[in-house]
Ligand binder design. Structure first.
Ligand code: SAM
Length: 367
């Protein structure tokens, strides 16, 4: 006769399967069901469903984005971030337009067809300067996507950058819970303005990325639930999710890092909520665990963003302690990254990797 323990496990397994199937089918769950998924003793069924959902749209193709961290000056003072303005110990740098173009050229030769220009909110990079840089990249690399990640700006500024040739914009919302937002940011930065930015970006026509850290101080599962609800509403084309990692020169220096397992669950849930979403296995995940990116792929990710910044500045863009920017996190380590991805059953492709249009029913791929 079957023992009691086995029967309980089987019933639990059936319950999880039903939940995951419902999420895949309806792209929605009740609040209690979302919370149950975050708290599952074993999330393998969730990860398997996320992989299947990703495979249906993208197959096993992994898109790469060349990340150019072009300035670490920042006028903001986010409590979690190593390049916050009150960190006197950060060694500040800015790349010139020529240096940025050089990074793009190097990246293009390596097979990158998307360049991500990310930086602190550096007032030096006015609309005139940014538009000039974007236009130069657009002229030199007409077949590439240009992604910006330079924080909160006015609608007019976003419009100019779009007109200059930028296609995509990454601006994590960080948390959709106003009280939690206030715990992570100084009072002059508001969730309201961040959401205004995200809506403007989408409205202007940018492929837009939102996202959040997992395990940031004060975050509860209920905060994550609000993040899922917010993403359902905004329907961004990209979502960046990585663990919070402390930085020694910030007020959060003694806080615990975010959990890898919970990060993977959030990634898998978001893949099922928004099946066509472009979902990176982030550097923070790769920093927390040497196999973090493979685990991200196994939870439904389909994007990796190796570092294309000049080697001389990589160590200075330190958002959190021990941030990885070497080995196969680096653009020049692409051969090693390819090999690792192949070994895990994925294929890195030379492709802009745009968000697939609805009517196309996804990007065609080999079965
Ligand atoms: N300034 C732009 C912005 O705010 O969107 C782009 C740069 S900002 C440093 C990029 C992202 O880094 C943030 O959205 C945040 O989620 C992440 N980040 C900052 N500090 C972090 C930390 N301590 N741990 C994990 N991620 C962090």
């Amino acid at each position: 006769m079957e023992n009691h323990g086995n029967a309980k496990e089987r019933d639990h397994g059936a319950g999880v399967k039903a939940l995951v199937e419902k999420l895949g089918r309806e792209q929605d769950l009740s609040d209690e069901e979302f919370l149950a998924l975050l708290r599952l003793p074993d999330a393998e069924a969730l990860f398997a469903a996320a992989r299947e959902a990703r495979d249906r749209v993208y197959g096993r193709r992994v898109f790469i984005r060349g990340l150019i961290e072009f300035t670490n000056f920042c006028k903001n003072d986010c409590l979690y971030c190593g390049i916050r303005r009150s960190n006197q110990r950060a060694q500040r740098y800015r790349l010139t337009k020529e240096e940025i173009l050089e990074c793009c050229k190097e990246g293009y030769d390596l097979g990158f067809r998307t360049f991500v220009l990310q930086g602190g909110e550096d007032p030096y990079f006015t609309d005139d300067r940014m538009a000039d840089i974007v236009a130069a990249i657009r002229a030199l690399f007409p077949d590439c996507a240009i992604t910006l990640s330079i924080g909160e700006r006015s609608r007019e500024s976003y419009e100019r950058l779009f007109a200059a040739g930028a296609n995509r914009y990454l601006l994590r919302h960080e948390t959709a819970d106003p009280a939690h937002y206030a715990r992570l940011h100084p009072p002059e930065i508001s969730l309201e303005n961040r959401l205004r930015c995200l809506r403007d970006l989408k409205d202007i026509g940018f492929q837009t990325g939102a996202g959040f850290m997992v395990g940031s101080p004060g975050q509860t599962d209920e905060c994550l639930l609000r993040d899922f609800r917010f993403l359902q509403q905004l329907r961004p084309q990209m979502v960046g999710i990585g663990p919070f990692l402390p930085h020694r020169d910030t007020p959060f220096r003694d806080e615990a890092p975010g959990s890898e397992e919970k990060t993977l669950r959030c990634l898998a849930i978001v893949r099922l909520l928004l099946p066509r979403v472009l979902l990176p296995a982030t550097t923070a995940l790769g920093t927390l665990d040497g196999d973090g990116r493979e685990k991200g792929m196994n939870a439904g990710c389909n994007v990796i963003m190796p570092n294309l910044s000049p080697r001389s500045v990589r160590k200075k863009y330190l958002l959190y302690d021990n941030k990885r920017a070497d080995g196969d996190e680096a653009a020049e380590g692409l051969a090693a990254l390819r090999a690792r991805m192949n070994a895990a059953g994925y294929e890195i492709v030379v492709d802009r990797g745009d968000f697939p249009a609805e009517e196309e029913g996804g990007i065609p791929h080999e079965p």
